[in-house]
Design a protein around this ligand. Structure first.
Ligand SMILES: Nc1nc2c(ncn2[C@@H]2O[C@H](COP(=O)(O)OP(=O)(O)OP(=O)(O)O)[C@@H](O)[C@H]2O)c(=O)[nH]1
Ligand SMILES: [Mg+2]
Length: 483
């Protein structure tokens, strides 16, 4: 290679680096935290969000789409190399009725089904190439790229974030108060009997720890299926251990506080407290730091309708559980320095999910109820400087509308095929109270909320998925990043 060749190559490399630098300057990453308890609708929401951003025919409320400024979208390699990829294609195949395992379970009959409950963490990146809206922004480049990074995880793990605020004695007191309640006694009897036999001050052994942890795990699993079970059943990994199954960090249980002060260092109670501490340090803190520590935007998915249907204190429990979880996040307006080193969440969308379960005229009431339910949290978050908004949405609109006679009156219902029913199921939830404290919000529904099935033929080539309000929610959440 001649000197001139070498010089030419260096100039080429230099230009490329400069071009990369300019490219970098016009790329923006938003890490979006999808926050929701178990079954709130996170996985279906992420699947719909990805599909609808890849094929944007159903997003008129997202301004960059309406103005024709999004040139292309694609799934790109995710930034975190150690996390599994969110199985978007597999979930879509289930919704399309193309999942071979489900078809086999149905006797070879292909049928659309919902993705299963999530058992481990996964991540995905979707990148949008767009033309900026303003003339000024276009002077710095014709197109830009917005990367959206999204993480999915089992909802059971979310409540573990509340443990960061509770020490072992506080956590034990909470769990034992419920285990000793009349509601919980049948589920808790084996665990309470094991606890009565254990001597918390005796020298700790692995066998003694396991003799208590094993019935405690079993109790949590049974108890959470009970109608009146509290939402906050922790530790979440005892319900869904992911890759930690059987490890010592999952071998502990609550114990009543020692009456006369401290315990000996090698006592069973001290061992349990150390393991609880280990769980907080080695499981919960990394989960918070790695998955939620770098968030810029947050969606809080709230299954308000199911809580309303359950009646009693369920709405209060939901509101309190979400509020406790949200206190762990860093909200507020980011300074340019914090944007680089310790991002803050500056926009939060509170969303009532599965709004396709209520007919159109009642959806504003579902939104208002959710707004009132989350008022304490959203008020605090706004005070910290972040923007909040509330939506009633359906990631997938699985129902149509129909009319039915109820008590001599014609009522607008939602209708569609539902799990466990033949033909078309009609559902009318009655009026939706907007105040969670109103007597009507306490009575619950007479029957269960049907689980409507994904409509056949919903996944069509080149099209997004039918939804309610996802576009308006997206305009609030990421619209500013596409201007
Ligand atoms: N009709 C309708 N049903 C929905 C919608 N979103 C979720 N569902 C229902 O709610 C169930 C739970 O949704 P998922 O997305 O799996 O919930 P999740 O929050 O990921 O739950 P975990 O993984 O257990 O934490 C689904 O299987 C559906 O039955 C929706 O937009 N419309
Ligand atoms: Mg899930």
């Amino acid at each position: 290679m001649t000197v001139l060749d070498r010089l030419g190559r260096q100039i080429d490399n230099g230009l490329e680096a400069a071009r990369d630098g300019v490219e970098q300057a016009f790329q923006q990453n938003l890490r979006i935290g999808v926050t929701g308890l178990a079954r709130a609708g996170k996985t279906v929401f992420i699947t719909s969000l990805l599909r609808n951003l890849l094929h944007r025919d159903r997003l008129p409320g997202l301004h960059a789409v309406a103005e024709g400024r999004i040139e292309a979208a694609r799934l790109n390699p995710q930034p975190d190399l150690t996390l599994p990829r969110f199985p978007f294609e597999a979930h879509l195949a289930m919704l399309a009725g193309d999942d071979p395992a489900h078809a086999q379970a149905q006797g070879g009959d292909p049928a659309a089904c919902w993705p299963p409950g999530t058992t481990n963490i996964s991540e995905i990146r979707l990148s949008l190439r767009y033309r900026p809206g303003s003339w000024l922004a276009r002077q710095f480049g014709e197109t830009r790229t917005l990367h959206l990074d999204i993480v999915d995880y089992p909802g059971e793990w979310l409540l573990d974030l509340t443990l960061l605020r509770l020490d072992y004695a506080e956590w034990s007191a909470r769990l034992l108060a419920d285990a000793q309640s009349a509601d919980a006694r049948p589920a808790a009897s084996a665990f309470l009997a094991a606890m009565a036999q254990a001597d918390p001050e005796a020298e700790a052994t692995d066998a003694a720890a396991e003799a208590l942890a094993q019935p405690f795990r079993r109790y949590l699993q049974i108890r959470r299926e009970n109608a009146g079970a509290p939402l906050a059943m922790t530790p979440g990994r005892f319900l869904l251990p992911g890759d930690l199954a059987g490890s010592p960090v999952l071998t502990f249980a609550p114990l009543p506080d020692s009456a006369g002060g401290g315990s000996r260092r090698n006592s069973l109670r001290a061992l349990m407290a150390r393991r609880y501490e280990g769980y907080r340090r080695q499981v919960v803190e990394p989960f918070l730091r790695e998955q939620f520590g770098r968030l810029n935007r947050q969606i809080v998915l709230v299954d308000t309708l199911s809580a309303l249907a359950a009646g009693g204190a369920r709405l209060d429990q939901l509101s309190q559980a979400l509020d406790e979880v949200l206190q762990v996040f860093r909200h507020g307006r980011p300074s340019w320095l914090s944007r680089l080193f310790a991002p803050r969440i500056d926009r939060i969308a509170f969303c009532a999910t599965k709004a396709d379960h209520v007919p159109d005229p009642l959806r504003p009431d579902l939104r208002r109820l959710t707004e009132n339910l989350c008022f304490g949290s959203s008020n605090r978050i706004r005070y910290e400087g972040a923007e909040t908004a509330v939506f009633a949405l359906a990631a997938i609109a699985a129902t149509g509308e129909a009319w039915r006679e109820v008590g001599g009156e014609r009522r607008r219902c939602v209708a569609g095929p539902a799990e466990g029913y033949r033909g078309t199921t009609l559902f009318f939830p009655g009026a939706i109270p907007t105040d969670p404290a109103a007597p009507a919000a306490r009575t619950g529904f007479d029957g269960p909320v049907p689980r409507f099935l994904p409509p056949p033929g919903m996944v069509a080539a080149g099209r997004g998925l039918p939804h309610l309000n996802m576009d308006h929610m997206l305009q609030f959440l990421i619209g500013d990043a596409l201007t």
